[in-house]
Design a binder for this molecule. Structure first.
Ligand SMILES: [Fe+2]
Length: 300
């Protein structure tokens, strides 16, 4: 049987975080990033929407900072029971959960590697609370980068189980970029002996939004740690800051568009290589402009 030319999921839906500094972190996402709270869960967790789906960020009060789960939206019509069976054929224990969180009736929960729980669903409520007109007010949740001591297994899960395409690597595979849609990366796995989120990335409305976002962060007393500047892998214009729990947040625009049929990114005038096919970049090649920053993004 030939493999269908499409990953099982088509977008990152939400990131759920366990937060020691719950009050300040909630305020950061709601007021400074500019998200709308759509719900409060039974355990006091808050559900925040960028403007359309029921939630894109979930925050839970916890003693220790941790990644609670990653939510990905499955292709329409996915048979959840058949997918649970397929996951078990890959040696993964998955279960269907009903009404386990507001906004999503049925989802598959599977811990792909220790500490990285996936929640996969076809449908999420879309109350469309509207985009905020204050704060950074991003367009969408674009990608998430996870540091894992089980990096190679996590990459295998993305590629061999969910069907992601690999686009680039950095440092011979210290960072591996993969996508399930046209964005150069929807996920990034950093294979080092740690287990945590490296960063969560929101797409801004346009390149001019970087200046407004940086001014908004400054007003909130939040330093911009890296950028905004253009990356090499993905060529996104990106600026980074920490939320109050020290989870790195990226604000980006202008990401390379990957064409899986051609195994290359759409050509751009600022590309260093033509065709821009999946490649490995050096650890000293993070910035396309060779801009030097005091903050070491590779060690963040
Ligand atoms: Fe990123």
């Amino acid at each position: 049987m030939t493999r269908p030319f499409a990953p099982k999921v088509f977008q990152l839906g939400f990131v759920a975080l366990e937060c020691p500094d719950f009050a300040r972190t909630t305020e950061h996402y709601a007021e400074t990033i500019g998200m709308r709270q759509t719900d409060t869960g039974h355990d006091g967790e808050v559900y925040l929407s960028i403007g359309y789906e029921h939630h894109n960020i979930v925050l839970k009060k916890a003693e220790k900072k941790a990644l609670a789960s990653l939510g990905f939206q499955l292709q329409p019509g996915t048979d959840l029971k058949a997918l649970v069976k397929e996951l078990s054929d890959h040696g993964l224990s998955a279960q269907i959960k009903t009404d386990s969180q507001p906004g999503i009736k049925d989802l598959i929960e599977v811990e792909a590697v220790p500490g990285v729980v996936f929640q996969l669903y076809t449908d999420i409520a879309t109350p469309a609370p509207g985009f905020k007109r204050s704060g950074v007010a991003p367009l969408r949740l674009g990608h998430v980068a996870v540091i894992s001591s089980h990096g190679q297994n996590l990459i295998r899960f993305y590629k061999d189980v969910l069907g992601f395409w690999q686009t680039d690597t950095i440092g011979g595979g210290i960072a591996t970029f993969m996508t399930c849609n046209r964005d150069h990366h929807v996920v990034n796995v950093l294979s080092v002996p740690e287990d945590r989120v490296h960063h969560i990335a929101f797409e801004l409305k346009g390149n001019a939004s970087h200046a407004m976002a940086s001014d908004t962060l400054r007003e909130a007393g939040v330093p911009v740690k890296w950028g905004p500047a253009r990356h090499t892998a993905g060529h996104n214009l990106a600026g980074y800051h920490f939320d109050p729990d020290n989870t790195l947040i990226e604000l980006y625009t202008d990401m390379d568009q990957f064409v899986p049929q051609l195994n290359m990114c759409e050509p751009r005038p600022w590309h260093e290589h033509f065709p821009m096919q999946p490649r490995d970049w050096g650890l000293d090649e993070l910035c396309a402009w060779d801009t030097e920053f005091g903050f070491n993004l590779a060690q963040a």
